[in-house]
Design a protein around this ligand. Structure first.
Ligand SMILES: [Mn+2]
Length: 422
């Protein structure tokens, strides 16, 4: 029977991400971003020590680029050496961002660190009382590992040890990430390991909870506007019955957020500023003291739309908000402000007018009210989706969605054809 133990599963550290696009931001924002992946790694090391983990696994993309910086490598090595000094071993595979054929210098790693080679191989994690787990991993020899490499992994020896696989891969063909080492849940299940510690997909996910557990740790620090919300790693406890409990712990030092500011009741520019201030306070509270980089969308239908729609109004508003930026420890930097508000249009009254827009609106209205119209519409839309060349990711729609689409479409039509009421 295996002894209970704890390990930490992290991936996609991307240490030394450059944030080149941020040259125009204030120093406080730029330096925080530049240091963020380093600091998140620091937090990872601290967490391993605090939780007295038995070992750490890192499932690829340690460094941002194949020409990994000396600074990033030294930081990584020093962190793992510190763990080693406290009896915590580490197991690492490299991925598409930091393949084995990337430039590497002569920095040596501690004896407590295992860096897996280009072919799957086994290693054992031990403590003073003997072995506690067996681990199998492989690093990318080159960036372009586009074959399914899972079949090269081998069944664990039947020695009773909990077994962990480390792999950087695209499980189930996630279209928002490069299709490196594509594989399926069934492929992973076939090998017979207890836990798959995966990397590559930056949004964390417990794909399967047990037997085997299949887990993406996600990245430790968001790096752009697509990587919103808390980022960190999993602390995994394994009990004597080989059951696991995976606890997510955030490690990020700056948070990325996209959010909407509803302006339905805003009547003046001051109301708009107040609503944005309120949103910023919410984001600040939600980040638990971390700085935040955010993109805000102004939404809603209201009288302030006409003012926001004027040339340069939103740019001016953004410049004003940025003028008030205070580089304290919990700053919020607005990366972008977008006007998505709609004008106030009495769509009901407008649909009774006998012009082109009036006829379109009354037609839309009667379709929305009558069931046969909606059935017909969803059938037509689905037929069009079937023959569309760009239907990747589009699924067939039901009557509820057809109704929502038509409702949205009539507002868009009204706005486009009527124009701003100024
Ligand atoms: Mn990555």
């Amino acid at each position: 029977m295996p002894r209970p133990f704890t390990f930490v599963h992290a991936a996609d550290l991307h240490i030394d991400s450059r944030f080149i696009a941020w040259a125009g931001a204030p120093d406080a924002v730029r330096s925080t971003l530049l240091e963020s992946t380093h600091r998140a790694f620091r937090n990872l090391i601290k967490l391993c020590l605090e939780r007295k983990a038995n070992f750490l696994v890192v499932a690829g993309d340690v460094y941002e680029a194949a020409d990994r910086s000396v600074r990033a490598q030294l930081r990584f090595r020093d962190g793992l050496a510190e763990l080693g000094d406290h009896g915590i071993s580490s197991f690492v595979v490299h991925g598409n961002h930091d393949p084995l054929d990337g430039w590497a210098n002569t920095i040596g790693f501690p004896a407590t660190t295992t860096i897996f080679g280009p072919n799957p191989s086994w290693s054992v994690a031990s403590d003073d009382a003997g072995p506690i787990a067996q681990l199998q991993g492989m690093s990318y020899p080159t960036q372009d590992v586009t074959e399914n490499v899972v079949s090269r992994f081998t069944m664990p020896e039947s020695n009773g040890l909990f077994s962990i696989g480390l792999l950087h891969c695209n499980l189930g063909g996630n279209p928002s990430h490069g299709n490196y080492a594509p594989c399926s849940v069934a492929d992973l299940e076939r090998i017979g390991l207890d836990y798959w510690a995966l990397g590559h997909i930056h949004r964390r996910a417990i794909v399967k909870a047990s037997r085997p557990a299949i887990v993406y740790a996600g990245n430790t620090q968001g790096r752009d506007m697509q990587e919103t919300g808390p980022r960190g790693c999993y602390v995994v406890s394994v009990d004597g019955a080989r059951d696991i409990n995976a606890e997510f712990v955030p490690l990020d030092t700056v948070r990325w957020e996209q959010s909407e500011v509803r302006l339905d009741s805003a009547r003046t520019m001051d109301d708009v500023l107040l609503a944005i201030d309120q949103k910023i306070s919410e984001l600040r509270a939600g980040s638990n003291g971390r700085p935040v980089v955010c993109r805000l969308g102004l939404t809603g239908r209201g009288p302030v739309h006409d003012e926001l729609a004027r040339d340069g109004a939103v740019d001016d508003l953004l410049a004003h908000l940025r003028d008030g930026f205070v580089p304290d420890s919990h700053w919020v930097w607005i990366d972008g402000l977008e006007d998505k508000t709609r004008p106030v249009i009495d769509i009901e009254a407008r649909s009774h007018e006998l012009d082109f827009l009036g006829l379109l609106l009354s037609r839309a209205q009667s379709t929305l009210e009558g069931r046969p119209g909606i059935t017909e519409m969803s059938r037509d839309v689905n037929a069009a989706l079937k023959t569309s060349r760009d239907r990747d990711g589009l699924s067939q729609i039901g009557e509820t969605e057809a109704r929502q689409l038509l409702d949205e479409a009539r507002w868009l039509l009204a706005e486009r054809l009527e124009g701003p009421s100024r």
